[in-house]
Design a protein around this ligand. Structure first.
Ligand SMILES: Cc1ncc(COP(=O)(O)O)c(C=O)c1O
Length: 395
């Protein structure tokens, strides 16, 4: 049997990983500023995370949600404390798309409405409702087409007000990434998030903060929406939550009440996933990773801004993007094959940095030196003749 060929691959086989570094099967070391697409939060194979998972594996890995799983309650309490959302309620699932699917569905159960407001360049996942709220026609199959999603330009308060005036009580939810990831690192302005909060309150709509890529400390605050000083009704999270162990969840404001069977999952919240997620939060707290993210992220952005060829350096914390001009179109490939540094990209010309929140300043310095070298002497193909396929927007 062959694999279903939907991913353009780099010809690299990673066999080992530690902290912000990975090694291939030839022993070559790479600096990982991509984190497997923003997944590695506390660093690859963090010893505490490994130990927590190993210990749990020896006891019990899985049982379904038909029995008490105290680890879920421990996780809820820890997440409430670290995120500052102690009065919210946690529902656990397995992936980002599933988290958004549950959030959109729950909003609709809550207010009995059908319309969803989403924004240009949004990405919310590949499943039915999540992909319908994603602004990329290539991902939407005919079966996912719906009139229920209204797309508006990001950060356009007038368009948002007009939309609420027109559709008012039909709008079930507004779903927004605090910082768009796949769309190219576009920051939602504080005043825009405040306007969403105000209009959702006025019209009884549910504010869903897609924090799957920009959340879990990546922006330097636990949720990037925190910068605006507003609370969403539902936050969705995945990626960094398990540091590579598949676990996702939504947290739900207290005014939205649960009803039996509205949401459900077989694997969500299993013992092993909870152990991994607890380990991540323990390390975030213990190692003060939010502070590190803000400091190292600031350093990176400031240094990148000094490189004249790189345009529009943007982002928050360790979620950073910049535009590269046409003559540097191979920059990402060259960083990978010449400098042995993984970065991410967003089509057509954006490089994205999504490293571990534990990235050290000296790793950031290594990257700055490397990118300066590549920018000073751009080559059209990687040195050494590697077969570099274009790694596109893997999500
Ligand atoms: C903002 C955002 N939402 C949702 C998703 C979907 O997550 P998953 O791939 O785990 O389904 C992603 C994945 O990249 C994302 O970046």
């Amino acid at each position: 049997m062959n694999l279903f060929d939907v991913y353009p691959l780099n010809d690299i086989t990673i066999v080992k990983a530690k902290g912000s570094y990975v090694w291939d099967d030839k022993g070559e070391q790479y600096l990982d500023l991509y984190g497997g697409h923003a997944v590695i939060s506390i660093g690859h194979t963090h010893p505490h995370w490994v130990q927590r998972i190993e210990e749990q594996l020896e006891k019990i890995a899985f049982y379904s949600n038909s029995i008490r799983i105290p680890l879920q309650q421990q996780l809820a309490e820890k997440l409430g404390k670290v995120s500052g959302k102690e009065d919210y309620q946690l529902f656990l699932c397995n992936s980002g798309a599933e988290a958004n699917e549950n959030a959109l569905k729950l909003a609709s159960f809550h207010n009995g409405r059908k319309k969803i407001v989403a924004f240009s360049k949004s990405f919310h996942g590949r499943t039915s409702l999540a992909v319908s709220a994603t602004d990329n026609k290539n991902y939407i199959a005919p079966v996912n087409e719906t009139d229920n999603v209204i797309f508006l330009p990001l950060n356009d308060e007038q368009a948002l007000e007009a939309c609420f005036k027109k559709n008012g009580k039909q709008i079930s939810s507004v779903i927004i990434e605090g910082i768009q990831g796949v769309g190219g690192i576009n920051v939602a302005e504080n005043s825009f998030l405040q306007k969403i909060r105000q209009l959702c309150d006025e019209y009884g709509a549910v504010y869903i903060a897609d924090s799957i890529q920009c959340g879990y400390g990546r922006s330097g605050k636990f949720f990037s929406h925190d910068f605006a000083g507003v609370s969403a009704d539902i936050y969705t999270m995945a990626k960094g939550m398990g540091n590579g162990f598949p676990v996702a969840g939504i947290i739900i404001a207290p005014h939205i009440k649960p009803k039996y069977f509205q949401l459900g999952t077989t694997f969500g919240g299993n013992h092993l996933a909870c152990a991994a997620a607890l380990a991540v939060l323990e390390v975030i707290e213990e190692e003060k990773l939010l502070g590190n993210t803000a400091t190292v992220g600031f350093y990176l952005r400031e240094e990148l801004k000094k490189i004249p060829q790189l345009k529009n350096v943007r982002g928050r914390g360790l979620m950073i993007g910049f535009d590269v001009p046409e003559e540097l179109k191979d920059l990402k490939k060259n960083l990978l094959f010449n400098q042995k540094i993984f970065t991410g990209e967003a089509k057509p010309n954006v490089i994205r940095l999504l490293p571990s929140l534990a990235l050290r300043k000296r790793d950031a310095e290594q990257f700055i030196e490397a990118i300066k070298e590549e920018v000073a002497a751009p080559s059209n193909s990687p040195k050494g003749g590697e077969q570099a396929s274009t790694q596109s927007q893997l999500v």
